[in-house]
Design a protein around this ligand. Structure first.
Ligand SMILES: Nc1ncnc2c1ncn2[C@@H]1O[C@H](COP(=O)(O)OP(=O)(O)O)[C@@H](O)[C@H]1O
Ligand SMILES: [Mg+2]
Length: 276
């Protein structure tokens, strides 16, 4: 049996910044939560964009955020690091913070297996959450390694409208292969085309190259929309901001597809368990 027998842990990773990682984490979390799944978001980015988006506290005021969790000596700190109160239904959060920026050096110096601290800490949550979404920072260093080592699955958002959208993709794939030595069952779900417009030549070309490079791309493409930024500013999800917008529908479809692919089922309510 693997590290996670019940919970699906999806890392959203790409060492390029601004490709839609955080947007994807937030809106997938929202859609999963609405489907009745119990969701945990882990913010591994020192910029803490996901935390600022869905968290009710300012990241700098959180006592036990992801940085402290990673550096904790024991494995019993997880419940204290999880904040159940967020702007999204059924979604809990482990906050990111600037302190994460200093964690990599300390992990290297202080732990025998510096890439496996997150996994060790999250293991205790197996079965408590249906799905854990990890938002990665824009680098391939230890924080991202920790996310990939803890993950059961990986999604790579790729900026479709940019001719440089796949620059660095080979490095990312090599990094995933390296992590598979310590996490052999890690599965790449595919590249996710973001800011995609099938009418544009650059997007069509990028789609072909992305399929070649990653082997698979997710069946739903995310289009460009000013609603994305608006939702972040309003600390809302796309669905809550405007459920009929095309981009809202796309993220819902992506979530529904993943629910089917990963066999995600909401845990039965406690009453049902007792009565049954
Ligand atoms: N589909 C989209 N359409 C328009 N803007 C987007 C889209 N996805 C992301 N953005 C914007 O691009 C910027 C980077 O997105 P973000 O999700 O924060 O990327 P990352 O986490 O990879 O750095 C943000 O300002 C966000 O609002
Ligand atoms: Mg981000």
């Amino acid at each position: 049996m693997g590290t996670f027998d019940h919970t699906r842990v999806i890392a959203i990773a790409n060492h390029k910044g601004g490709v839609g990682k955080t947007t994807t984490v937030v809106n997938l979390a929202d859609a999963f939560g609405r489907s009745g799944l119990k969701v945990l978001v882990v913010d591994m980015d020192p910029q803490a964009n996901a935390s600022l988006h869905i968290g009710k506290m300012h990241p700098s005021r959180v006592d036990l955020s992801c940085a402290q969790l990673l550096l904790a000596a024991g494995v019993d700190k997880l419940p204290q690091a999880v904040h159940e109160d967020t702007y999204l239904e059924n979604v809990s959060l482990i906050y990111g913070s600037l302190a994460l920026g200093r964690v990599e050096e300390e992990l290297k110096d202080q732990t025998p297996r510096p890439s496996e601290e997150l996994r060790t800490k999250l293991e205790t949550a197996d079965g408590i959450y249906d799905v854990i979404l990890i938002d990665c920072p824009p680098s391939l260093k230890l924080l991202t390694s920790n996310a990939m080592a803890a993950a059961t699955h990986i999604i790579v958002p790729v900026e479709s409208g940019s001719q440089y959208g796949l620059y660095g993709a080979e490095d990312l794939l090599k990094h995933i292969e390296k992590i598979k030595r310590i996490n052999p069952t890690l599965a790449l779900l595919g590249a996710l085309l973001v800011r995609h417009d099938e009418r544009q030549t650059v997007c069509k070309l990028l789609e072909v190259t992305a399929r070649e490079t990653f082997g698979k791309i997710l069946p739903v493409r995310i289009s460009t929309s000013t609603k994305v930024n608006q939702a972040a500013v309003m600390q809302s999800s796309l669905h809550k901001l405007d459920r009929s917008a095309k981009v809202s529908r796309e993220y819902r479809e992506l979530a529904d597809g993943l629910i089917a692919t990963l066999g995600l089922k909401p845990a039965p309510a406690e009453e049902e368990v007792e009565n049954g």
